[in-house]
Design a protein around this ligand. Structure first.
Ligand SMILES: [Zn+2]
Ligand SMILES: [Zn+2]
Length: 220
């Protein structure tokens, strides 16, 4: 019988799934940064995952999930997002992601099915990221770097890869930026690499590095 996949491997699967879905390059350095481990550790773990049939390493296409790896990764991400909703009333919005990371690995098939039912089948996580299979929900939301100056937006999503930075979520929360919030794009300064939002009368400036991971729906 196949051993249960460890929490570490599940965390790798989740991050690789997101990078692959969004067609970002899957590099050891990037994984090390996102997972908070050293590059040699990443290399070792990736080799184990290839050995276990979860990943393929192809000289042309690089690292990609095998069908078995993809299935596991989707399950991990779905459970992570359901855990975020489960914790929604218990911890602050900026702590949901971190707390869910510890809980997601302990969710069984039965608990998962019951969570989906009791949460009325959510299509996104509390940060606005799509549950696997619900990507079409987010397709019309635009990154703040691409929104025209002067546009009124409803903030809809803070990308999974930005969720990894706790300081990022605390900063957004402290400045009132979360899904459902109204804002106006005041300026976009490429020479300065910043966008500025008016959020309930308060001016909030984000660097492009973060603004490209925050999405809004243009209202007018
Ligand atoms: Zn999360
Ligand atoms: Zn989330």
């Amino acid at each position: 019988m196949k051993n249960k996949i460890s929490s570490t491997i599940e965390d790798y699967l989740g991050v690789i799934y997101i990078l692959e879905r969004d067609k970002e390059a899957i590099r050891g350095v990037r994984l090390a940064e996102l997972l908070g481990v050293s590059t040699p550790t990443v290399t070792n773990t990736l080799q184990r995952m290839v050995r276990d049939g979860l990943l393929e390493m192809n000289p042309q296409t690089g690292i990609c999930l095998t069908p078995a790896g993809l299935e596991q990764a989707m399950t991990v991400m779905r459970r992570h997002m359901l855990a975020e909703w489960m914790l929604n009333r218990m911890v602050s919005w900026s702590n949901l992601h971190k707390e869910a990371h510890t809980m997601e690995h302990a969710i069984s098939n039965e608990v998962e099915a019951n969570l989906i039912q009791s949460l009325n089948g959510p299509e996104t996580c509390p940060h606005g990221n799509p549950l696997p299979g619900h990507e079409s929900v987010v397709k019309d939301w635009v990154a703040l770097t691409e929104i025209p100056v002067g546009a009124q937006v409803t903030i809809r999503r803070v990308h999974e890869l930005a969720e990894e930075g706790r300081d990022v979520l605390s900063f957004l929360e402290a400045n009132g930026i979360a899904p459902g919030i109204q804002a106006r794009l005041v300026d976009n300064l490429p020479f300065n690499q910043t966008v500025t939002l008016d959020v309930a009368g308060k001016s909030v400036t984000l660097g492009f590095a973060l603004a490209r991971y925050v999405y809004g729906e243009i209202v007018l």
